[in-house]
Design a protein around this ligand. Structure first.
Ligand SMILES: *Cc1c(COP(=O)(O)O)cnc(C)c1O
Length: 356
């Protein structure tokens, strides 16, 4: 099979060597396949321990007082679980795109929310800069979406929220660049962008927040109950966690966060350079809010956009169609997306502009 360059936003491309390792080890679990082993087996606890306690902690540089959990329900379950567990009085939300709106919507079913920033009137082209977020000092938490997958924006800096814990949806930029995790109260991420296949979400939570759960909610929906049982409160997605562990191992072997961040910045720059030199393509995001994971831009017409997507596919560049709310093109270039594919897209873009 010849692989295409897969720019899909999620599920997204995975490192070829991870897929090959998953294939090669698939049947190798003591006369069983990975799909058949018990989640209580030592083989699986080794897999989960390695992924959670060693690789996530090491790669993210987590302080001792953080717990790592693997849960189900995607990133979206945390839109609801976060307020159920942490919202006692009111919570602040910074609205920077589709997913933060969804998070706000779910929280509205649980308790009182305040929108402390929104980029909606400006078409979600921006993220808040220093001083633009007025966090309420007595908020239970501030919720942010560090990378806005659909609009192609990201935070430059983690906002200053004082003593208010920051809850960050990092589904589309987790482990893509160095962040100071000690500034965060809770991080969550669906795996299918930067960590592995769909079916599992990663949660990193500061231990003191486990004690905050304000009302009698079902244990299955509390972080504390999951932490107490080391993510084995019920059957976890064994295969997804196995693959996630392989992705983390690959990331470590590739040089860890510093190395991948450098590559990610180089990859994104190759496309942004084409956009900035062009009178044909219009970048969607403000310059100072540009994402290095999802690069969004528009063309002069819907017809040209369609032709761009079709011609790109001919060259094995797939998954480039933008989200319907932005239109245009979105190139998702997560950690596992190879630099050759980005070079090929940049060359294709220049040629398409010349011929149009
Ligand atoms: C994809 C995405 C989600 C939704 O993830 P699910 O796992 O489908 O629930 C949430 N937030 C962000 C930032 C995303 O990119």
């Amino acid at each position: 099979m010849e692989r295409v360059y897969n720019f899909n936003p999620g599920p997204a491309t995975l490192p070829l060597e991870v897929l090959e390792e998953a294939r090669d080890r698939f049947m190798e679990f003591g006369g069983m396949s990975i799909l058949e082993i018990s989640h209580r087996s030592s083989a699986f606890s080794d897999i989960m321990d390695e992924a959670a306690r060693n690789l996530v902690v090491e790669l993210m540089g987590l302080p001792k007082n953080y717990r790592v959990l693997f849960l189900q329900g995607g990133a979206s379950i945390h839109f609801a679980m976060v307020p159920m567990n942490l919202l006692a009085t009111s919570a602040d939300y910074a609205i920077t795109g589709h997913w933060s709106k969804r998070a706000l919507g779910e929280a509205g079913h649980v308790g009182k929310t305040n929108v402390v920033y929104t980029a909606e009137e400006r078409g979600f082209k921006a993220t808040p800069k220093a001083g633009e977020l007025n966090v309420n000092a007595n908020a239970d938490y501030l919720h942010i979406t560090t990378n806005n997958t659909i609009f192609g924006t990201e935070y430059r800096d983690i906002p200053d929220a004082g003593d208010v814990p920051i809850v960050a949806d990092m589904s589309s930029d987790i482990l893509s660049q160095r962040i100071d995790a000690s500034r965060m109260g809770l991080i969550y991420a669906g795996a299918q962008k930067n960590l592995g296949p769909s079916g599992v979400s990663l949660v990193i939570i500061r231990e003191d927040l486990l004690e905050r759960t304000p009302r009698d909610i079902p244990p299955i929906l509390t972080y504390k109950a999951h932490a107490k049982k080391n993510s084995l409160l019920n059957t976890p997605p064994v295969f997804a966690i196995f693959c996630l562990g392989l992705v983390l191992k690959w990331l470590k072997k590739s040089g860890g966060i510093e190395a991948i961040e450098k590559t990610n910045r180089e990859k994104a720059a190759l496309i942004y350079e084409v956009l900035d030199a062009s009178g044909f393509y219009t970048p969607h995001a403000d310059h100072d809010s540009r994402s290095i994971m999802n690069i969004t831009f528009t063309l002069p017409s819907a017809e040209l956009t369609e032709k761009f997507v079709a011609d790109a596919e001919q060259q094995r560049l797939v998954g480039l169609k933008g989200h319907r709310s932005v239109g245009g093109i979105r190139a998702s270039v997560y950690n596992a997306f190879p630099v050759e594919g980005v070079r090929k897209l940049a060359a294709f873009m220049k040629e398409f502009e010349r011929n149009s």
